[in-house]
Ligand binder design. Sequence first.
Ligand code: MN
Ligand code: MN
Length: 390
Amino acid sequence: MSIPISLGSHTNLTPSTWTTPIEDQFDVSSFPSGPEIPVAQQYSSSFRPGQQVSYRQTEDAADLERILAETRQEKLSCFRQGAEVHRQTRRFAQNLIRPGMLFSEFVEKIDECNRRLIGANGLDAGLAFPCGVSVNNCAAHWTPNKGDNRVIKVDDVIKVDFGLHVKGNVIDSAFTVAFNHSFDPLLDAARAGTEAALKTSGVDARFSEIGAAVQEAIESFELEVNGKVKPIVPIRNLSGHLVDDYRVHGGKSVPIVKCADSNYMREGEFYALETFASTGKGRVVDDGECSHYMLNPNAPFTDLNPSARSLLSCIKKNFGTLAWSRKWVDRLDPLKGKTWLMALRTLVQKGLVEEYPPLSDVTGSHVAQFEHTLFIGATGKEVLTRGDDY
Ligand code: MN
Ligand code: MN
């Protein structure tokens, strides 16, 4: 028996493509691009920050501009490669997921598919952060640790959030799976929120306007559960974000609620635009055992015991400043068969590694999420991760 998923259906499946690296599926430098939206249609705001700086173009300036344009093209090609892997892996994942399956098995198969398609190779190309499969009231940052035997249930609302990078250019995109169609309005709310964020984004788009548009879109939905109508709200302490080289969170946060934020988008930036729709309080707090971690590159030097030192060098070598999970460290076996959890605790206590624990809304609530990676160009914006599913 097949259980319909609340996502677009995929009929033209060619499982053979799931084993062929993207580089072998396409001509180099011709990875498919996302739909480009021309600048005139970008957004209707009349906001223009300051005067355009004009300067006489010397030969040096022309040279510099050419180099910048070439670098931009190279980066875009890396992003498009990661985006195509995301589309193919999520199609695989959407057909694989079913109640009764272990979350750990689902995540392992996604990781495996991603590694093969991206041609994982050290820090040159690979997985950008752990595959999140946060369930129900948990909005983000949950993936199974070793020994976890949680099983996917028919009434679960699961946020599948994974990322890839090519030369540090990070693709970050997520979708929500629910087998029970009574959750459809919640998924529709998150989808509408993310579409509103994409629509209002562009060169000079103000964050305050994006947040307001997202909130309005999400709050236009409600969810009926057992005859009771529940309002749907955005999660105000979660946001979209800039992506930077080898860093999934690049410093600027894009709000998903109405607020006074004077930041605006600039040409050449890459954003992960994600929105969260919740039947709870619209606020998340740390919840439960941590699975996601990241190096703190600004931590001051400290003396370490030998096992902490070994673990730290393993993390630096394999993940750099990218996020990682306990499961990924297990695969690397940094202390040659010895448990490395004490060493991890030391690195966390000394501030060298930061924990990103699961983030949840109140018990009994449900959260949905959709996320795309977007390029802000001078003449338009490109929704890099757009597919026929979302
Ligand atoms: Mn994400
Ligand atoms: Mn993100």
